[in-house]
Design a protein around this ligand. Structure first.
Ligand SMILES: *Cc1c(COP(=O)(O)O)cnc(C)c1O
Length: 367
């Protein structure tokens, strides 16, 4: 018997999304770095991205890039979380590119690259207000760029970049893209040559591209979320843009088995305290309704808001670490013990499911 719960990876849908995203970017003169971190570095997804025209494979975790390389990814690997000093040696062996935001790290990187006989390419990060990594003052970045260019002979200054729409929720507007281009010009002037890369952000930076207002100097985007999740999370990634509706939201499907069906009250009976996670919960009394219990839970996917039943009318009502209570009163189809329910997964759920040891990954349409 098939081992469940199962996460189905549909490579045909995945490649459809990757081809579409790479195509949008190509039309605007932008190369894509395919960011695989949400899949916990699924090597087959990296290979898909490569075959669909991504120019780099990127992740925030070095071990995922090591796996991609071992799986045969040939295009350059880009480390997108600024690295720890303790991983520089391993990083220069595996990756040709990394994002950088600290002079101390750059000096140590020079050593690591020299020791390994490598030239490592860096993209200096500009913090344009989102308050994650990056130099905060343009002058500081220009000084560091000159230092890298003139003093660090095993490091090649490939470009500059920024990250928006993350911890600070700052939108990648036309103004921010123009500002990034301005910083790039200042660096180019200081080092006396053009930069190869101006990296304008992540999925959310598709919005200025959709609007046709992307600054022409921006020539790289680092894209993960929208490729893997599609329109299911369009609000989070692209503020509900219509353009992403052509993408599939069925690249990853969680299959869970029904272990009980019953008609039960929707409001608990007795003196209420806290739930399994120690929270005080407000329950809505909707009378007796048909419910199915699935053998999958928050230990696997995290939050019930991050999974969406494919079955019309079904609704996730509550969950424990190992059970998910599905409301199926309004479903035309009846469920029985042993049936399999399919669920779409959002970003956080996908990240967790691909690390859970309880989940069996099944890949379909590989070719
Ligand atoms: C995660 C990440 C990305 C990709 O973001 P998505 O929203 O998944 O497209 C790009 N750049 C950096 C630096 C990141 O950390």
């Amino acid at each position: 018997m098939k081992k469940r719960p199962t996460l189905i990876v549909d490579h045909r849908n995945l490649r459809h999304n990757m081809n579409t995203v790479v195509g949008w970017c190509r039309e605007a003169g932008i190369d894509v770095a395919g960011v695989i971190k949400v899949t916990t570095g699924l090597a087959s997804a990296a290979l898909d991205y490569e075959s669909c025209g991504a120019k780099w494979i990127a992740s925030s975790r070095l071990e995922q890039l090591v796996r991609a390389k071992e799986a045969g990814v040939k295009i350059p690997l880009l480390m997108i979380r600024v690295p720890m000093l303790s991983e520089l040696d391993e990083m220069v062996k595996t990756c040709d590119y990394s994002l950088q935001s600290s002079v101390d790290t750059l000096k140590a990187l020079q050593e690591a690259a020299a020791n390994n006989g490598k030239t490592h390419n860096v993209i200096l990060m500009a913090d344009l207000g989102d308050l994650r990594e990056g130099f905060f003052e343009k002058e500081e970045m220009v000084d560091v760029a000159k230092f890298v260019e003139n003093e660090l002979d095993c490091i090649h200054l490939a470009g500059i970049g920024t990250n928006l729409g993350c911890v600070g929720s700052v939108k990648p507007t036309k103004e921010k893209m123009d500002l990034l281009a301005e910083w790039a010009e200042a660096v180019e002037e200081a080092i006396g040559r053009p930069l190869e890369i101006v990296s304008g952000g992540a999925t959310s930076s598709l919005m200025p591209l959709f609007d046709g207002v992307m600054n022409p100097k921006v020539n790289m985007l680092r894209i993960g979320a929208v490729t893997f999740i599609g329109p299911l999370e369009d609000l989070r990634t692209c503020y509900g843009r219509k353009e992403v509706e052509v993408l599939s939201d069925e690249c990853f499907i969680l299959e869970a088995e029904v272990i009980e069906t019953n008609t039960k009250p929707t409001h608990p009976i007795g003196e209420l305290g806290v739930d399994a996670s120690g929270k005080v919960v407000k329950y809505v009394d909707r009378g007796r309704r048909r419910r199915a219990i699935l053998a999958v839970g928050r230990a696997d996917y995290g939050d019930i808001d991050d999974i969406v039943p494919v079955l019309e009318g079904a609704e996730v009502a509550m969950a424990s670490g190992d059970h998910t209570i599905l409301d199926i009163e309004d479903c035309s189809e009846q469920l029985r013990v042993g049936d399999v329910v399919r669920l779409k997964v959002k970003y956080s759920a996908l990240m967790r499911l691909t690390t859970s040891e309880n989940i069996t990954i099944e890949e379909i349409n590989r070719q």
